[in-house]
Each structure stands twice: as structure tokens, then as C-alpha cells.
Design a protein around this ligand. Structure first.
Ligand code: PMV
Length: 369
């Protein structure tokens, strides 16, 4: 039986001095059409589309208790893998302060966040997407409890996507499983720059069996954070062209997914990845994030696709590591290629085995319906 996002028992519980705990596990995602460039509070310059991962995720628990004395300043602590993390705390303070206008109850409680990632740092997996989406889901669950007001499932996740976006744009897409779009997109309804939308797929669709192998070329700290990268787009000479390109790619990508045109999907995804890096390289100051081994992997993937005829392609986030996307029914042929040809280009031979996933999961309280 599915675990419920709906906190019925807790909503009916009288609020006392009790500490209430909520835990969500939220996955990361990898974009095939990239969000790159924004205005305030993560309003994107262009629409984007991503695959939600299954395994790579953040688990966040939020404990809260009513404050003795109401004060204007938010009271919270943030623990990452058991340790108080002042850097995260600073970022979270900024996000929570921005959220008070939307969630005024936040100042009435003492909050403690405990968060863990199940994937290593700097591996090409967007930890901001999973962590901000887990945080948002906890906050929206808390909102239901303290306001004693349940929402329907669609409203709950839309609200979580909206709140997640305030923390990190790509996190807005991680509140849904499968394939997700984000941005005000004329041919997707409903769609908005403020929250993401699930692209529904038929049950029998081959896209429900998409796989992602993340090839770790380098786990060094990124030279350009995504925040800095988005900022570089503000005065980028190719800004207008990029917005037009991404929106056209998005339209073609959604059509190609609906028509099972795998060749076109791969073509657009690879063009998006290279465009993102071309934009980074032509920014001022420039952001050259690709490594020689990234290029060796790209060439090897293209060669293997030509020779094998398989439906596989690569994408890259704002870093040197490669996501190899393929379908489960071709796994037996893809794995030996990865092990024999690609892992020699990876740092200590490291790669992560992931796939498309069903989206976040409420771990506690364990209410079933
Ligand atoms: O959500 P942010 O600010 O970490 O930006 C994400 C940017 C990319 O990962 C490069 C693209 C995307 O759409 O996820």
C-alpha cells in the first residue's frame, strides 16, 4: 500500500508541547533540456525537462516544536550526516527567511533539520535538487499539520514544487517521479515558471525503463557553482539565442518522447549538454569545466552508438562528469561497454548505477491509506 503524503492523523492531533517529526526522501534529477539563466527567486529564463532518478537521493527529517516565546527571527539548526553544518545553515537561513512571507508559521516553531545524501559529493549528481526538494516536502507537510488543513495530492505536490524552487530551481522538478518539465511552456498545461509539471507517460512506455550511468571523471569541487553560472547568463552575448534554442529544444523533445523518436531525443539531449558547456566557455569570466576524459567518453559513446545501433546518448551537468542514458532492455550490451571502454576514463574507475524513479517518498510518519 502506498504511503500517504496526507497527514490525516497528525492534522487531527491537538498541538501541544510535543515534538513532531516528518521525514521525506527526495531524489535528484538530471536535465535533458537545461535550465540555465534566471531572474530573482529562480524564475527560469527558459523551460527545462528532466528525468527524476531513483537511487541518488537526500533524506531529510524535520522536527519541530512550538516556541515558548514568539519572535520574528526563525529558530533552526541544520545537521548534515549528523554534524551541524554552518555553511548549509547559512544557505537554509536565507531560504527560510525568504519563505516566511509564504509560510508565516515558520517563526512560531523551533526547527531542526537532519539531512543525508546517499551519494558522494561532486559526482555529477545535483545534490541541491534532492536536498531542496526534500526540505520543501518537509515544510509543506509541516504546513498541513500546523494549519490543520489537508490538501489534495495535486495541490500538495504543486505547493512543494513551488517551495522547492525558492531554494533551487532544479529542485522544483524533483518532487515528481518520471519525466518532468518546468517553466511557462505554451504546449504544457498546467505549466508555470513557479512550479514543475509531470509529463505523464503511458504505463507501457519504454521511458519508464530509462537508465542512467553516471561516469565520474572528476570529483573535484566545481570551479563554477550553478548560482554563479546562472548569473553569468545575465549579460551573456548569446542569451537571447539560448532562450530561443532551449524553448525550441523543449518542444521537439516533448514531441519526440511522445512519438518514441529515440534518435531525436539523443540528438537534442547531447546538443543541450554541449550548448550548456559552450555557454559556460563563452561566459565572462569563462567556465571551462570539461576535462580531457569527458571528451574521450563522448567520442567513445558516439562510436559505440554508430557501431552498435543502440538507443543510448549522453548528457552532462555543469561539471565534467557524464550521464550515459540508455534503456533497460539494452543493459546487457551497455554494461560491458561501460566496464571495458569507459571506466578507464573515470577517476578510480568510479561510476554510479541509477535509473528513472517514481519520485519522493514520505518515510515518517508512516501513515497508510
Ligand atoms: O537548480 P540549480 O540552480 O542547481 O541549476 C541547475 C542547472 C543545471 O543543472 C545545469 C541544469 C538543470 O536544468 O538542472
Amino acid at each position: 500500500m502506498q504511503k500517504s503524503y496526507f497527514q490525516k492523523e497528525l492534522i487531527n492531533k491537538p498541538m501541544s508541547e510535543d515534538i513532531i517529526n516528518i521525514t521525506w526522501r527526495a531524489p535528484s534529477n538530471i536535465a535533458l533540456v537545461k535550465y540555465w539563466g534566471k531572474s530573482a527567486h529562480q524564475l527560469p529564463d527558459n523551460g527545462s525537462l528532466s528525468i527524476t532518478l531513483e537511487r541518488s537521493s537526500t533524506t531529510t527529517s524535520l522536527s519541530f516544536k512550538k516556541r515558548q516565546k514568539v519572535e520574528k527571527k526563525i529558530s533552526f539548526e541544520y545537521y548534515f550526516h549528523g554534524n551541524r553544518q554552518l555553511q548549509f545553515e547559512k544557505k537554509t537561513a536565507q531560504i527560510l527567511n525568504d519563505l516566511v512571507a509564504k509560510m508565516p508559521f515558520l517563526t512560531d516553531y523551533e526547527l531542526v533539520f537532519r539531512s543525508e545524501n546517499n551519494f558522494p559529493h561532486s559526482t555529477g549528481i545535483a545534490s541541491s535538487a534532492s536536498s531542496m526538494s526534500a526540505l520543501a516536502l518537509c515544510l509543506v507537510s509541516m504546513e498541513e499539520i500546523v494549519n490543520k488543513k489537508k490538501q489534495n495530492k495535486d495541490d500538495f505536490f504543486r505547493r512543494a514544487s513551488f517551495i522547492a524552487r525558492m531554494g533551487s530551481g532544479s529542485a522544483s522538478r524533483s518532487v515528481y517521479g518520471g519525466i518532468v518539465t518546468w517553466g511557462n511552456i505554451p504546449f504544457i498545461d498546467p505549466s508555470s515558471d513557479e512550479y514543475a509539471t509531470l509529463l505523464s507517460l503511458p504505463k507501457e512506455s519504454r521511458f519508464n525503463h530509462l537508465m542512467d550511468i553516471i561516469l565520474i571523471v572528476s570529483s573535484e569541487e566545481k570551479l563554477v557553482s550553478s548560482t554563479a553560472g546562472h548569473a553569468l547568463m545575465t549579460s551573456h552575448p548569446y542569451k537571447e539565442g539560448r532562450i530561443a534554442q532551449a524553448n525550441s529544444h523543449l518542444k521537439k523533445m516533448v514531441d519526440a518522447i511522445r512519438r518514441d523518436n529515440y534518435e531525436l531525443i539523443g540528438e537534442i539531449a547531447e546538443n543541450e549538454a554541449l550548448s550548456l558547456h559552450a555557454l559556460l566557455m563563452t561566459s565572462s569570466p569563462d567556465g571551462l569545466l570539461l576535462k580531457p576524459n569527458t571528451l574521450h567518453i563522448i567520442e567513445a559513446v558516439k562510436r559505440f552508438r554508430r557501431e552498435s545501433g543502440l538507443d543510448l546518448f549522453f548528457t552532462i551537468d555543469a561539471g565534467p562528469n557524464i550521464h550515459l542514458i540508455y534503456f533497460e532492455d539494452q543493459r546487457k550490451l551497455v554494461l560491458p561497454f561501460v566496464q571495458n571502454v569507459l571506466t578507464p576514463f573515470c577517476e578510480d574507475g568510479q561510476w554510479i548505477d541509477d535509473r528513472i524513479g517514481n519520485g519522493p517518498e514520505l518515510l515518517s510518519p508512516q501513515i497508510e491509506f
